[in-house]
Design a protein around this ligand. Structure first.
Ligand code: ADP
Ligand code: MG
Length: 306
């Protein structure tokens, strides 16, 4: 296993920021670590990287125990912290030199060139870090994390604060890195997970609420609930739609209704039939796919009310 977290709890005074969290990540997976603000994502990541001790439980990275063994662990784990601290006054290559010194990197010059190339920093390489855009600063953070060629990358909200183009660039870079490394990346954005992760671990209030393949999570949810938007040319009483078999809920939306259906029923033929019976013309009928976003709210809502 690249990462193995067993029964980890973390207290800050009386507050329990993590509550018996366990998961394992095999080599080469890209895993999304998802949860609302304050869920405990950054705390978990600091514990995995050895920057913060757990109150209870064990963490192993690349089969090394994270406490005691810390120096070895640092070579195995690249870490991009949430508030990526960089030396604003240094030039990119100067900073990377500095990082290479810390890690005692062999063939320093070659390695720095390699990393500048991988992270796409070449066009900006002669600038001071303070003069870079947020997107390029994130690349410098990634370059720093990659310097010792670690087996595992821990990226804490790598795209937060970036503009849409920068988000796409950084996501592409992460996907590329994921071909060779195990990556755990935190985010509070569901689409991020859908875009780059094969697996999702969701925490809320320090409790793990889901751990599944991204595709499974989405599939499982779609089977439970689907929604269809329907619009007829004239008004119809929502009671007539509610009366259809399988309909859970009907809510007005724009000039039509959003119809929620439980189970595997395809409601579209009934909605069409309803139009025929009531002499209406069907103007629009679209299936609204449930997204991981909805699932996220369902899961974290459930956990919150436990
Ligand atoms: P996330 O990264 O998911 O937004 P965090 O791990 O930063 O969440 O925080 C989880 C909880 O732990 C929050 O309630 C936060 O206020 C608390 N917390 C985090 N770090 C500290 C700290 N150093 N001292 C006290 N409380 C903290
Ligand atoms: Mg955080």
């Amino acid at each position: 296993m690249s990462i193995s977290v067993t029964g980890v709890s973390k207290y800050f005074g009386k507050q329990k920021a993590l509550n018996e969290v366990s998961f394992e990540i095999p080599e080469g997976q890209i895993v999304g670590f998802l949860g609302p603000n304050g869920a405990g994502k950054s705390t978990m990541m600091k514990i995995i990287t050895g920057y913060l001790p757990a109150s209870e439980g064990n963490v192993k990275v690349a089969n090394l125990a994270v406490d005691g063994n810390n120096l070895k662990v640092r070579e195995k784990v690249g870490y991009l912290p949430e508030h990526n601290p960089l030396y604003q006054d240094m030039y990119i290559s100067e900073y990377l030199n500095f990082v290479a010194e810390i890690y005692h990197i062999p063939r320093q010059k070659e390695r720095i060139e390699e990393i500048i190339d991988i992270t796409g920093l070449s066009p900006e390489r002669h600038k001071k870090i303070g003069a870079l855009s947020k997107g390029y600063r994130q690349r410098v953070g990634l370059a720093q994390a990659l310097m010792p060629d670690p087996e595992v990358l821990i990226l804490d909200e790598p795209t937060t604060g970036l503009d849409p183009n920068q988000i796409i660039d950084v996501r592409n870079l992460i996907t590329k890195l994921g071909r060779e490394k195990t990556i755990l990346l935190s985010t509070h954005i569901m689409q991020e997970v859908q875009a780059i992760c094969e697996r999702v671990i969701i925490i809320n209030n320090g409790v793990l609420v889901a751990d599944e393949a991204a595709s499974e999570l989405e599939k499982g949810f779609q089977h439970n609930l689907s929604r269809v938007f329907v619009e007829y040319d004239r008004k119809i009483a929502p009671e007539k739609i509610i009366a259809l078999q399988g309909v859970q809920n009907v809510s007005p939306k724009k000039n039509g209704f959003l119809v929620s259906v439980q189970g595997d029923i395809d409601i579209r033929p009934s909605l069409f039939q309803l139009a025929v019976e009531n002499n209406l013309v069907l103007l629009t009928m679209t299936v609204e796919r449930e997204s991981l976003e909805d699932l996220f709210h369902t899961l974290t809502g459930k956990a919150a009310s436990r």
